[in-house]
Design a protein. Structure first.
Length: 53
């Protein structure tokens, strides 16, 4: 599947492919090991939840 979403991963992940990448719109995440599978979610709501936990 060809995607037009730009993804970003943490600079702490280095050159490895064991990380979660966040789409530039903050509505999409994917596993760097499986870039063909994208999860569409409200990332801001997820981050708010994680910060409050």
């Amino acid at each position: 599947m060809q995607t037009t979403t730009r993804f970003r991963k943490s600079s702490r992940s280095g050159a490895t492919s064991d990380c979660v990448e966040i789409g530039h719109t903050l509505r999409t995440v994917r596993d760097s090991k499986r870039p063909d599978v994208e999860l569409h979610a409200d990332i801001r709501a997820l981050l708010d939840y994680l910060r409050s936990a």
